[in-house]
Design a protein around this ligand. Structure first.
Ligand code: BGC
Length: 882
């Protein structure tokens, strides 16, 4: 070995030793520090934001025994704004409790911990949050085009401005009536889409805050285009547009701090100019038409000369709506899909298959003559003859048109529209179609993935895949029913059915926190909750059982998943108003008025001669959801220490249940509607006297068997079906249903090639024909609610009601269905939980990982013994045979 080689290997060994000493020394540390579950957020409006952190330790059974937290307005922590120390285990949602936070101010924070093994961590990395604007901080004016805003063309607005000095930092605060895309000095300000997001605009409009690093001393250009979006574009299925207003407008303010500490503000005002750009039309349902010949080359940068077509903008009066900082995740681009194949259909259409039903758009690259028009139409499925099928989109065109300018290679993507599709029909493409010129891009709210789930059964794995893609496609700023037809609305029933599953798959905490604010905002004065949120239907379209209950079910579900009481505090009034509304409608505690969707899309055979349609009395369903909402309000009141309310609503609950039994049950426990959903809801919500529950479960099982181990449930019964069967000892029946491959079942669509969850159990029939086109979405997440059961039963990862957020949780896998292995993972607010098992040679082997500061209670299949374990990884074994 040469001298120098010796020297380098010595250095290498030394650095290895040093780094292992360092790792060894770092016995305890905090990581993943968040504020209200957000990473370094820039527009915190909350007066008492919640600090959370996760903990790393190299020892098993580690608990935090003390934390020190400190907040400062400088990263050096010279001046402490707030500090708190507590000798307890709280590591999530520690609420800020210092002096009032100033607006548009950056605060830095960090934590230090002690654990039960006597270790003390170093101060954590420094994180920050920035507070949002107070109303009086807004100096910007709402601006729009000259004259009436009647054109479908997307207006472009721009302003060139000079900064006098070197810039230290800058933040842009932007919002719009409609949608905006903002560029600074030739580049997009952020990678977010569909900003400012969809809210109950008449009540509040979100603004975004973006750090700006490309501002320079001297000249700069800010340039913004304004889309119709949900605000002005077509929304709702009655061909309505301009629901919130007929004028697209921009509100923008850039707060600049110079290196010498002085400040400047750049605002939207009447010094801006606007003109028409190349986007001739763009709306959510119909797609976009883009004429590249009309591009304004360089309009968003310096050096552009404004022609006479640029007109001074017009100032709009402030509306009554409040401006609020964005609280949910932004919509961004995610997975990209290469075109899988290009083919011709029997009708001669040219189709590209991307292999996955998704939501987003197709990026297309082309080279051709000026004026050539490429049309991309989007569809979820092909019909039974293999032709392109769009009838189920109803009136939504889902079509993007690109007109080439004819100068070299051109690349197109839409700006203010998204499509739900797997297949794209291409018309007018110049030259040979090549796979590499088409890329599909999935676009959805950026919720970090938290859960995953695999088993030894590939069909179940595909089902899980379909559930996750149903979630991606329908969590586009608000939880929608579907992403493709002329609907795409925040249907409350669908959202409540799927919320638990959603919280396993992804971090949906801030997504639902944002949406629940709209539930409160759009709730009617009498307490009734609209069918869709934000509500773009009639005011009277409200109060359906199982839909309106999103107001109580989702806050409770979020509290269970993340353990933040704040969501209960914020939503309490809305929850209570909904319960009081039902009470006000009920006579003698029986709620049997109003219109209800009932067990939507339940099993209904074509030929119902033998009365096999699973019709469940709608008022009977309403009474069970009424009881459930009262129960959730009682639970919430307990958590919030509202003893009077606990008393009041407990009395109400007893009466609601009594009224149910009297009206809908025979003395021997038979229900008026002899359906699966009737028994499922009665059992799930504890409607029946205890001594009659087991027999009711038996009736449910008999019913399932009478359909040859098929489910017959719709939107309301399905989420609870397997839970109820498992709870009453019929795990085998749950598995039979789960693994059923023929219609109606979860795996039937999987066998038919589905890549997302269908709206109907038989969206595509066995013979390849379709269900009725006016309601047949192939991307509807509601039936994906089985995901909750799969995580809880197959992987066995369950939260415990009294210990929300998985502070203490259960690992209790219940194998069945001849599965030989399964692995479930869940990133919780404490860190990652893992439960992984296999069965081989009559032995069940389980590996469990528990995050620091949390406790798992492990139960092996078929055993009663419960074992409590702290953080770390553990293995268990027991004899097991199918
Ligand atoms: C939606 C559903 C929704 C239902 C109400 C449909 O048009 O797509 O998912 O819950 O209406 O019954």
């Amino acid at each position: 070995m040469s001298q120098s080689l010796k020297f380098y290997s010595f250095i290498f060994c030394l650095s290895l030793i040093l780094s292992s000493i360092q790792t060894f020394a770092q016995k305890l540390s905090a990581y993943d520090l968040t504020i209200d579950m957000l990473d370094n957020p820039l527009n915190i409006d909350n007066a008492k934001p919640g600090f959370s952190w996760k903990i790393n330790s190299n020892k098993k059974n580690t608990y935090q025994t003390r934390y020190d937290i400190r907040v400062s307005n400088t990263p050096s922590f010279k001046k402490i704004i707030w500090q708190q120390s507590n000798a307890n285990q709280q590591s999530v949602f520690v609420r800020y409790n210092g002096e009032k936070l100033a607006s548009k101010t950056k605060y830095f924070w960090q934590v230090r911990l002690k654990d039960n093994h006597g270790n003390t961590s170093a101060w954590s990395e420094i994180k920050y949050f920035q507070t949002g604007l107070k109303p009086e901080d807004w100096q910007a004016k709402w601006i729009t085009v000259q004259g009436k805003d009647t054109s479908s063309i997307i207006p472009f607005l721009r302003k060139q401005f000079a900064l006098k000095k070197d810039v230290k930092s800058a933040t842009a605060y932007i919002t719009a009536k409609g949608l905006y895309e903002a560029n600074l000095n030739g580049a997009r300000i952020s990678s977010d889409y569909f900003t400012p997001g969809w809210t109950s605009y008449k009540n509040h409009i979100q603004y975004q805050a973006y750090p700006i690093t490309t501002l320079k001393k001297g000249q700069n250009v800010i340039a913004v285009s304004l889309g119709d979006g949900w605000y002005k574009g077509r929304i709702g299925f009655s061909n309505q547009s301009k629901f919130y207003g007929d004028t697209r407008a921009l509100l923008l303010q850039i707060d600049v701090e110079y290196t010498d500490g002085t400040k400047e503000i750049v605002i939207s005002d009447d010094s801006w100019k606007s003109t028409n750009g190349p986007i001739l039309a763009s709306n959510i349902y119909d797609g976009e038409t883009y004429d590249a010949r009309k591009e304004l080359n360089g309009w968003d940068n310096l050096g552009y000369k404004e022609s006479d077509n640029w007109k001074q903008v017009r100032i709009l009066e402030n509306g009554p709506e409040k401006l609020v900082g964005m609280s949910g995740p932004a919509v961004n681009k995610h997975e990209e899909f290469k075109a899988l194949k290009i083919f011709k259909t029997p009708l001669g259409e040219t189709i590209i298959d991307f292999g996955q039903n998704m939501v987003g758009w197709v990026k297309v690259t082309a080279n051709g003559n000026s004026g050539t028009k490429i049309t991309l139409s989007h569809a979820e499925v092909l019909d039974k003859n293999g032709n392109f099928y769009t009838t189920n989109l109803r009136s939504a065109k889902q079509q993007n048109n690109y007109i080439l300018k004819g100068k070299g290679t051109e690349i197109f993507e839409p700006h203010f529209s998204f499509q739900g599709f797997r297949f794209v029909k291409v018309d007018g493409y110049p030259g040979e179609l090549k796979l590499e010129n088409f890329t599909a891009i999935a676009v959805y709210s950026s919720m970090s993935p938290t859960g995953n789930f695999t088993t030894s059964n590939p069909l179940l794995n595909q089902l899980q895949h379909n559930i996750q893609w149903g979630q991606k496609g329908n969590f586009v700023d608000v939880p929608t029913d579907c992403p493709q037809r002329d609907e795409r609305l925040g249907w409350t029933g669908d959202a409540q059915a799927f919320a638990n599953t959603a919280a396993y798959n992804m971090d949906v905490s801030s997504f639902f926190t944002k949406w629940l604010k709209d539930v409160s905002a759009d709730q009617l004065p009498n307490g009734s909750v609209p069918y869709v949120i934000p509500n773009v239907l009639n005011q009277s379209d409200a109060g359906s059982a199982g839909w309106a209950d999103a107001a109580t079910i989702i806050p409770w579900s979020m509290y269970q998943s993340y353990g933040d009481k704040n969501i209960l505090e914020t939503q309490y009034q809305s929850m209570q108003k909904w319960v009081d509304y039902m009470a006000s409608q009920a006579k003698d505690n029986l709620w049997n008025t109003g219109s209800h969707f009932g067990d939507w899309l339940f099993y209904r055979p074509n030929d119902d001669n033998d009365g096999r349609a699973a019709v469940t009395d709608k008022y009977m369903i309403a009474q069970t959801f009424y009881a459930n909402s009262v129960q959730l309000l009682i639970n919430t009141s307990k958590v919030l220490g509202k003893t009077e309310e606990v008393k009041k609503y407990t009395a109400l609950l007893n009466n609601v249940k009594k009224a149910y039994v009297q009206e809908y049950m025979t003395p021997s426990g038979k229900l008026v509607s002899n359906t699966q959903t009737a028994y499922v809801l009665a059992l799930q919500f504890d409607m029946l006297p205890e001594n009659l529950r087991q027999q009711a479960a038996k009736r449910l099982v008999d019913n399932v068997k009478s359909y040859g181990n098929h489910l017959t449930t719709g939107f309301l019964g399905t989420p609870y079906l397997c839970h109820v069967l498992s709870r009453f000892g019929y795990q085998d029946v749950s598995y039979n249903l789960l693994l059923q491959e023929s219609y109606p079942s979860w795996l039937y669509p999987v066998k038919m090639g589905a890549t997302t969850i269908w709206e109907r159990w038989d969206g595509i029939k066995q013979d390849g024909s379709f269900q009725t086109a006016d309601m047949n979405s192939f991307n509807h997440y509601a039936y994906g609610a089985i995901g909750d059961w799969m995580y809880k039963n197959i992987a066995g990862i369950c939260s415990i009601e009294e210990n929300p957020g998985y502070k203490v949780f259960e690992i209790a896998p219940k194998p069945g269905g001849k599965l030989t292995s399964a692995t479930g993972e869940l990133e919780t607010v404490y860190g990652k939980i893992k439960s992984s098992w296999e069965i081989a040679n009559g032995v069940f082997k389980l590996n469990v990982t528990v995050p620091v500061n949390a406790t798992a209670i492990v139960t092996l299949p078929g055993k009663d013994k419960k074992e409590k374990i702290g953080s770390g990884s553990y293995s268990f074994e027991s004899k097991y045979k199918y």
